[in-house]
Design a protein around this ligand. Structure first.
Ligand SMILES: [Zn+2]
Length: 158
């Protein structure tokens, strides 16, 4: 089988940032998949599942309520390697177009207090596997990345 495009990215050069992972054309529509890379792969510890799961709930809630973007959100979810998330938007975008949106989302996660949306047995497949304090901590670290983001953290480097 052919190696798929996302495995051809050199993960040894990949810094935390916001990247366009791929664009898909479905009929007349373009879907843009973003790589929201929170930790440096194979250099930093990965995120634990409990904070990933918490960010998934908080991020999805934020995005699907966003006044400007809610109709364009196709998917938001974690990478299996636990170094970040994928966000799929309806439309043709570049990374710099969404840095503000992503920053807003992670500020929301960093500052969140109270009951995590959907953290109940009826609403989630593993509702006890959550860690809000760590989700807030790692979100804050990624906000710092986003506030100082450079060109090489917006486009995959060879
Ligand atoms: Zn869940």
């Amino acid at each position: 089988m052919e190696k798929i495009a996302s495995f051809t990215v050199n993960h040894l050069n990949l810094l935390p940032g916001v990247y366009v992972s791929r664009k898909d054309h479905i009929g007349a529509e373009t879907l843009t998949t973003f790589d929201l890379r929170m930790t440096r792969p194979n250099f930093e510890p990965v995120l634990n599942t409990a904070e990933v799961h918490t960010i998934e709930h908080l991020g999805a809630t934020f995005l699907r309520n966003h006044p400007e973007y809610k109709e364009k959100i196709v998917y938001f979810g974690p990478m299996g390697c636990r170094t970040g998330f994928y966000l799929i938007l309806a439309g043709d975008y570049e990374s710099k177009d969404v840095v503000e949106l992503i920053k807003e989302m992670y500020v929301f996660c960093r500052d969140f207090e109270g009951e995590v949306p959907g953290q109940a047995a009826r609403d989630c497949g593993n509702y006890l596997d959550m860690n809000l304090p760590m989700a807030k901590y790692v979100s804050g670290k990624y906000v710092e990345v986003l506030e100082n983001i450079k060109d090489n953290q917006l486009v995959y480097q060879p």
